[in-house]
Design a binder for this molecule. Structure first.
Ligand SMILES: Nc1ncnc2c1ncn2[C@@H]1O[C@H](COP(=O)(O)OP(=O)(O)OP(=O)(O)O)[C@@H](O)[C@H]1O
Ligand SMILES: [Mg+2]
Length: 263
């Protein structure tokens, strides 16, 4: 089912075009990846959709809600689009425990109405994101490992039952050994919770088994878009061919990633 539709999105920074007529759609239960060179506008798209930046023009339909990207969106709509960053540690309030960071959106958006139910809800979220030790909720962000803080950030993002989860290079700050686990978590949650996921990544190899579709970006434009398999096996654009050629090996047999990612 079509969930999100981004139409004619444009953005300039100081007269420089950063996004030029961006169009794409995402379906429920689907992972769409944005890949492409540094500075091509990927994070700018993420910030605009999450309501952290306004666009110069563009429309965004989300689950039959139709809203402009030019205006700052109200809280009720913002809640439906959640963002996970590369550096999640910096996105947590250092003075809050994980428990406090997770309960504040639950209370703000009235997801949990009774105070007594909060702990159970956090426990449920911990289980969903693979945080096995409930005592971690009493720690401060800096007292968690990189993988744990990323899982906590994912818990915070999904606690409000979003329609669209956007992850901007969610594993690039992590040790290689846990990247695949975190990526497969996005796959699991997207199916289980039936939202859609927009993942931004430079790592075409990881996207191979993760993303249903890929948009390849260059200099503010989507230059190629399609099913991941088609794009990786038969890229039409020279630029995409170059990106793929730069991957050391796309041979599944060689990659530890695939051992984790057989979901
Ligand atoms: N607040 C800003 N003011 C001015 N220019 C900006 C601002 N934010 C981003 N830009 C510029 O917009 C362009 C796109 O940036 P963006 O962060 O979206 O790229 P990206 O594709 O996410 O790159 P990376 O892969 O390095 O994260 C870049 O040229 C960047 O310098
Ligand atoms: Mg970026």
């Amino acid at each position: 089912m079509l969930l999100a539709q981004i139409k004619n999105l444009n953005k300039k920074f100081q007269n420089q075009t950063v996004l030029n007529n961006i169009n794409f759609e995402i379906e429920t239960g689907q992972i769409l990846a944005l890949a492409g060179e540094s500075g091509s506008g990927k994070s700018t798209i993420a910030k605009i959709l999450a309501g952290l930046l306004t666009a110069d023009s563009g429309q965004f339909n989300l689950n039959k809600l139709d809203f402009s990207l030019v205006n700052t969106r109200p809280k009720t709509q913002r809640k439906k689009v959640q963002l996970v960053f590369q550096n999640s540690l910096a996105s947590f309030n250092p003075k809050y425990t994980i428990y406090q960071s997770l309960t504040s959106p639950l209370e703000e958006y009235e997801i949990v109405k009774k105070q007594n139910d909060l702990k159970n809800k956090i426990a449920e979220l911990f289980e969903l994101v693979g945080l096995n030790d409930l005592n971690l909720m009493n720690r401060f962000p800096h007292q968690l490992s990189g993988g744990q803080i990323q899982r906590a950030a994912i818990a915070r993002a999904i606690c409000c039952e979003p329609d669209l989860l956007i992850a901007d290079e969610p594993t690039s700050a992590l040790d290689v050994s846990i990247r695949a686990q975190i990526l497969s978590l996005f796959r699991k949650l997207t199916l289980q919770k039936n939202f859609a996921c927009l993942i931004i990544s430079h790592d075409l190899l990881s996207l191979k088994n993760l993303a249903d579709q890929i948009c390849i970006m260059r200099a503010g434009e989507i230059i190629e878009r399609g099913f991941t398999k088609d794009i990786l096996n038969n890229p039409t654009e020279k630029y995409t061919q170059k990106l793929i050629a730069a991957i050391p090996s796309l041979n599944p047999e060689d990659q530890t990633f695939y051992k984790f990612a057989n979901y």
